[in-house]
Design a protein around this ligand. Sequence first.
Ligand SMILES: Cc1ncc(COP(=O)(O)O)c(C=O)c1O
Length: 393
Amino acid sequence: MYRIGKEELEEIRKVFESKQLSRYGDPKEGHLQEVVTFEREWAEKIGTKYALLMAGGGTSALASGLIGLGIGPGDEVIVPGYTFIATASAVLNAGAIPVIAEIDETLTLDPVDFERKITPNTKAVIPVHMQGLPANMTRIIEIAQKYNIKVIEDACQAVGGSYKGNRLGSLGDVGVFSFNYYKIISCGEGGCIVTNDRLVYERVLVYHDSGFVFLSPSPKEVNIPIFIGLQLRANEIMGAILRVQLRRLDSILSDLRRIKKVFIEELKLTGVKFVPVNDPEGDCGVVVGFQFESEKDAREFAQREGVKGWLPIDTGKHVYSNWEPILEHRVGHHPRMNPFEFPENKGLRINYSKDMCPRTLDILSRTVFITINPDWTDEEIEKRIRACKEALR
Ligand SMILES: Cc1ncc(COP(=O)(O)O)c(C=O)c1O
């Protein structure tokens, strides 16, 4: 989270005074409709028909999205080797098998390896817009259409970004966002799913809220038979905070992008190689990325005084080789609930190794990121750029 202030507090106060904290309630009785209004505003912002806010974060939103698309046992879902473990674990939550693919120099899913990893069992792909950097959606969607594969965009780290004029999350069949504390806008924890597909929306609505649809099934909202899911309903405080955060989003993104441009302008004369971006205009500007010839060069640069850089290879559960519970098939609370043991999944590609995506490990260990803060002063920006220039000399 970058910015939060009195405006959020004021909206929370109103929710408290209404004494109606659940997402459901009658406006005639003072219910403020914060969650429902946020969902409408978010769908409009992203450019989709439907949005559903939920507790349980991006992780639950990803799992719900897969379930909404009907993905389950017997299905393979391709995920990149550089993403938070949740992208892959959500596939297992749906009962399907994650297949790990390489990233390319853009730090996002390599379309060539994506296509190479497709089998007759592949039902979906999850491109991830890591660090606000858009994946190559043109190629990914072309390949997905050729093989009749669903696309779920993981835009958890790229809230508000875009690709060739369309908001990230709106290009695939489903888009997923995280509003956890570390994301571009936040309500502490929370996730959101967007789609244009009514059936997917209804399935996610039921899955995320079995309790409600059992108590008061509304034919207006749900035309499908209800089924057992979880209770992931968002509450009115989340909705109230996010409505203010949404109003802050454009200025946060414009400050991040402005600062990133200054870094690039100032440092390009040094000859340093920047991480190539699939759509520089749509990039959220969360990080400036540099690519070096070797890990040694990358580490030397990152550690130089004042640079404050970091290597994505060091970011723990964001690198597939550290996904031990998945690599070692430790899933679920009971052996019979472990998708790796499901008969339907037996013939699928369930064998992993720590070195199965060597290119991903190589790129991540030669990359340095500097995380941008949209509230840096001009002096701060200048100081950091000076430190980078000295380190690159
Ligand atoms: C790329 C990516 N996907 C999914 C998630 C999961 O989101 P959450 O923490 O809101 O469950 C995260 C969170 O860090 C993420 O970075």
